[in-house]
Design a protein around this ligand. Structure first.
Ligand SMILES: Cc1cc2nc3c(=O)[nH]c(=O)nc-3n(C[C@H](O)[C@H](O)[C@H](O)COP(=O)(O)OP(=O)(O)OC[C@H]3O[C@@H](n4cnc5c(N)ncnc54)[C@H](O)[C@@H]3O)c2cc1C
Length: 391
């Protein structure tokens, strides 16, 4: 029997799904299986839209449509969590399976803490995530650094520290470290993120640790996830094998080195921002561009209970709003910031909201007694065995 903590290489039996998928098609196959067998009523996932820079959310009720969501979109920066509360009634009356990055999972826990989603009704297939690249930045980076027309790119991927693009002519790659040294590459919040293997999900799925074959590395993280794997294996839609011990070792090494890299980005970004009065001056200067569109409020999973009208932002219609608007926003998010980056990614005035919010949150988390080296991005939830959705 499969149990939480077990790890497998997983391959889908369906050849069509395997050919479309990023790794072994475990994610698409398990989502399809959950839908076909009535474990869930619908699947929420991300689908390629007009091009590789256009990642769209999609709700699927017909298992035949699952193949449309296979593959990874590294320029897909959207957060799925708020869609549950804004459009799906918090999964109150609908059982939903979803493929979720670490920030999507953390966002769901923030919503659950506020009573805005019913976790019992959500089956979380977590995706390991080294980070995503903003669509606009990706286009600029491909044109400037690769000297390639961004519209000619058929596929992109991030592998072994390289950003790789595929066109009709061939494959081209550049080192992520070098790109990031020039402020290209992953979003700055992703560089600081330590949630690389989302173990608060029911399953954590990725590529790290897979050796010599195309498969998905799957870690069962809850009873619910273990049961899904077990049933899919018994039904013959996936085949599993035990990971090579070298593979396990490599996965652990990569995860640790990604944590160290994230820590060094935190140090770098927070040091450049400074502290005390000089940090506050920068925050006041930068937020003075605010046009009061409230996107940062609408997008934030920690502000799901807050309406724009709850803020006193100075005289109606006048911009910029009083700084009190931002100060109150920071106070309300406080240590709950999951560093998903949405407040920065979606800001039409390019205010580095996420950097400010994350630096305040990490400082508060440290004040509240988190230990050095502990994952500061972890939401404060009950231990795995006590979580009600695992029962
Ligand atoms: C931005 C990003 C970065 C990643 N970085 C790493 C990494 O560094 N190391 C690692 O081991 N694995 C990483 N992964 C996971 C890996 O790419 C595969 O998703 C995983 O191995 C599962 O493969 P599969 O063949 O089973 O998935 P498939 O069967 O191909 O299904 C992929 C699923 O991912 C969903 N998806 C695609 N793009 C996005 C997106 N932008 N946001 C949310 N969901 C999306 C699709 O809707 C689909 O459900 C990353 C994934 C993403 C999306």
């Amino acid at each position: 029997m499969c149990k939480p903590g077990d790890t497998f290489y997983v391959k889908a039996k369906d050849k069509e799904l395997r050919s479309r998928a990023e790794s072994g098609a475990a994610v698409s196959t398990l989502l399809k299986f959950a839908l076909e067998t009535g474990m869930v009523d619908a699947v929420l996932a991300v689908q390629k839209g007009a091009d590789i820079y256009d990642a769209r959310p999609v709700l699927i009720a017909n298992p035949a449509e699952i193949q449309e969501i296979s593959g990874s979109l590294h320029c897909g920066t959207l957060l799925l969590s708020r869609l549950f509360s804004s459009y799906l009634e918090g999964a109150e009356g609908l059982r939903i399976a979803a493929a979720l990055k670490g920030c999507d999972v953390m966002g769901l826990y923030e919503l659950a803490k506020r009573g805005d989603v019913k976790l019992d009704n959500i089956l979380m297939l977590g995706l390991n995530c080294g980070g995503s690249v903003s669509p606009e930045k990706a286009r600029e980076m491909i044109a400037e650094k690769f000297s390639i027309d961004p519209d000619s790119v058929k596929k992109e991927r991030i592998s072994k520290g390289k950003f790789i693009v595929e066109t009709a002519v061939g494959e081209f790659s550049l080192s992520m470290d070098e790109l990031e040294a020039e402020n290209y590459g992953r979003r700055s919040n992703c560089r600081r993120c330590k949630m690389k293997v989302p173990r608060q999900a029911d399953l954590a799925c990725g590529e790290w640790g897979v050796l010599g074959t195309k498969a998905t590395f799957v870690e069962a993280c809850s009873e619910k996830g273990a049961l899904l794997l077990e049933k899919a294996r018994a039904a013959g839609v996936i085949e599993t094998s035990l990971p090579a011990s070298k593979g396990l070792e490599i996965r652990e090494k990569i995860e640790k080195s990604m944590h160290r890299l994230a820590e060094s980005w935190r140090e770098k970004d927070f040091e450049a921002l400074g502290s005390g009065k000089s940090r506050m001056k920068q925050v006041i200067d930068e937020t003075s561009r605010c046009i009061k569109c409230y996107t940062c409020v609408d997008a934030c999973p920690a502000l799901s209970r807050i309406k724009p009208s709850d803020f006193s932002a100075g005289s109606p219609g006048k911009v910029p709003p009083a700084f009190a608007f931002h100060a109150l926003r920071y106070a309300l998010v406080a240590d709950s910031c999951i560093n998903c980056g949405q407040c920065e990614e979606l800001c039409p005035m390019d205010i580095p909201n996420s950097l400010f919010m994350h630096s305040f949150a990490v400082e508060l988390q440290e004040l509240y007694g988190y230990q050095a080296g502990q994952d500061l991005s972890l939401p404060k939830v009950a231990p795995l065995e006590n979580r009600s959705h695992n029962k």
